[in-house]
Design a protein around this ligand. Structure first.
Ligand code: ADP
Ligand code: MG
Length: 576
């Protein structure tokens, strides 16, 4: 393709001229040129953090001899010719500025052999002046060598960071370019040592594994979906369990361009919201393919930002595709097992499979078996449990609205929390430590009726085992010193205690009152209908509920949730 100098008017329409500020900027421009030249393999070598040498070699289409000199003129490009082309940019470059800018601040040698031509040509430029032109024997493609960068503008070196930091930037850049183009093989060497390689086999996961390591990649899920309007999202996203403490693992590529986008960031964070712990971020690497007329890439000097003409459809496509993956592929069993192994459930699992441990003489292997067995055991329990639910919001300060794999769930916040506290109370009382008691700063003096005193006489010890600590003081007075820690402090503790005595006296004296006690404590410890709850509180509640063996009813037998399946909704909306 012929290289031409753009006319002044067209040149003026191109977003702010870029300045080569650091070695990474040189690498970016050169590699992008190789990509535009349809290279299949690109080799990048740097020495002295890129200041001494940057060499980029490709097996692309090459440049014809007569064009080599033009390539270094300002606004010379083979990629656009008219203003209309600016609206349909398919290439990474289009401004015709990189080569002259680089050649102005370094000693550059470019050797290139056009595909199908017998011999290559070479040009040498020292700080903007052509010093040599000639022919050279090289294989098809282009090799460009940039030496002594900023040798003539030492001021620019002052803005550079340490060598390690500049090398770090280059390495990140090459990895991102490899992720942008999985079908192109990349190779980066730093001072003669290989730093990064990608095979160019076109398998995105393989590149991801090179960048993030195999372990991370095993746990990510593939996403792929289109909207029927020419937009497609594909790539990989992590489960809510594989997270990072910052947004560094979130990457987007729009038509193979690594970009920053608040829009896509927000779509991702919305989709994961309620699934991640506060301050944790997923690993996301997704490509968006849109038709070029949907996009303006000519908005930012380094082309790291793009403008979408229609943001809404992109936002919802990202959300839909990622959400579907999260809800359907999320490795729930494994995730639950992880949780169980870290948390209190380990003791119960271990107690069920103790024989495995005691019958083995090799502690290490036995432990391994324990864990494997615990996994499978937990897995089989999981089917009766809840799927992962994603909080959508709160309704009438009473119901949590959530999304699950098959549809929508409405959760009664009080009933659900009651079940959670109930199980906690029961497990605490049976545990070695016993119930957790919160001592009252000053004991409460309660005047009780004779039937209430009777209950205390009868069940005082049981009450104590649940955390109601106190003693009789004269005929009808009771000193309450402590209450179960699960009961909210602001509940009016005297009223709670009297209500509990009341329900015990109504239940008759025959049986141990455990269930009634645990249920009453749970009822008084749970959030009430009418309490507004934050997103975090609701998510925490759902996480606890998901972990229960019997999450579907409250201790009194009322349902904790109602599911409206997508099928039901589709039917009611006449979609099927
Ligand atoms: P732009 O990429 O914006 O066109 P550049 O200054 O980066 O401008 O490059 C100028 C021209 O040189 C390109 O349009 C292209 O025709 C040619 N060129 C640069 N690098 C290569 C390469 N590695 N292989 C083939 N052609 C190249
Ligand atoms: Mg370019």
């Amino acid at each position: 393709m012929k290289i031409r100098v753009l006319d002044k008017f067209l040149a003026a329409k191109i977003a702010a001229g870029e300045v080569i500020e650091r070695p990474a900027a040189v690498v970016k421009e050169l590699v992008e040129n190789s990509l535009d030249a349809e290279a299949c393999r690109i080799t990048v070598g740097i020495e002295g953090a890129g200041l001494r040498l940057i060499r980029v070699a490709d097996d692309g289409i090459g440049i014809q001899s007569s064009d080599l000199r033009t390539a270094f003129e300002r606004h010379a490009t083979s990629k656009i010719t008219s203003e209309d082309d600016l609206e349909n940019i398919l290439t990474m470059g289009f401004r015709g500025e990189a080569l002259p800018s680089i050649a102005g601040v370094a000693n550059v040698e470019m050797a290139s052999r056009l595909r199908g031509s017998a011999i290559g040509s070479v040009i040498k430029i020292q700080y903007g002046n052509i010093v040599e032109e000639g022919s050279v024997g090289i294989s098809e493609g282009t090799i460009i060598t940039v030496k002594d960068l900023f040798g003539n503008v030492p001021a620019r070196k002052k803005f550079l960071r340490s060598d390690a930091a500049e090398v770090g930037r280059i390495s990140t850049l090459v990895k991102q370019l490899a992720l942008s183009y999985p079908s192109v093989g990349f190779n980066l060497t730093v001072d003669g040592r290989t730093r990064f390689v990608s095979s160019g086999n076109g398998v995105f996961r393989d590149v991801l594994a090179r960048v993030y390591g195999g372990r991370v990649v095993e746990s990510v899920m593939d996403v792929d979906g289109s909207d029927g309007d020419g937009r497609r999202i594909w790539g990989c996203v992590s489960s809510p369990w594989e997270t990072r403490p910052n947004r560094g693992g979130i990457n987007f590529y729009v038509n193979h361009r690594w970009i920053q986008s608040r829009l896509i960031n927000q779509a991702i964070e919305n989709t994961y919201s309620g699934m991640l712990m506060v301050g944790r971020y997923p690993i996301v690497a997704i490509h968006l393919e849109v038709s070029v007329d949907q996009l303006d890439v000519n908005v930012h000097p380094t082309k790291r930002e793009v403008r979408f003409f229609q943001e809404g459809p992109i936002f919802s496509l990202v959300q839909r595709v990622v959400r579907e993956a999260l809800l359907s592929n999320s490795p729930v069993p494994l995730a639950r097992s992880n949780f169980a192994l870290q948390g209190h459930n380990l003791s119960t699992i271990a107690s069920r499979i103790t024989p495995v441990i005691t019958s083995s003489h090799d502690g290490g292997i036995a432990n391994q078996e324990l864990i494997t067995d615990a996994y499978s055991e937990e897995r089989s329990l999981i089917r009766d449990k809840l799927p992962i639910l994603r909080v959508l919001g709160q309704l009438a300060k009473t119901y949590i609205v959530a999304e699950g794999p098959t549809g929508m769930y409405l959760i009664d916040q009080h009933a659900a929390h009651e079940r959670i506290v109930f199980e906690l109370v029961c497990s605490q009382r049976l545990s070695v430590q016993g119930s957790m008691i919160q001592g009252l700063l000053s004991p409460l003096t309660l005047e009780l009726s004779s039937s209430q005193i009777e209950i205390i006489d009868l069940w005082g010890e049981v009450l104590k085992s649940y955390g109601f600590d106190g003693e009789k003081f004269g005929g009808s007075t009771f000193l309450l010193r402590g209450v179960p820690s699960t009961i909210a402090k602001n509940m009016g503790i005297d009223r709670v205690f009297i209500e509990i005595l009341q329900s015990l006296s109504q239940s008759g004296h025959e049986n141990r009152p455990d269930d009634i006690l645990a249920a009453s404590i749970a009822c008084h410890g749970a959030v009430r209908a009418g309490d507004s709850m934050s997103q975090e509180e609701m998510s925490a509640l759902l996480r606890q509920l998901e972990d229960l063996k019997n999450p579907h009813t409250c201790p009194h037998g009322r349902p904790t949730m109602i599911e409206l399946t997508k099928r039901d909704l589709d039917r009611d909306f006449g979609r099927r």
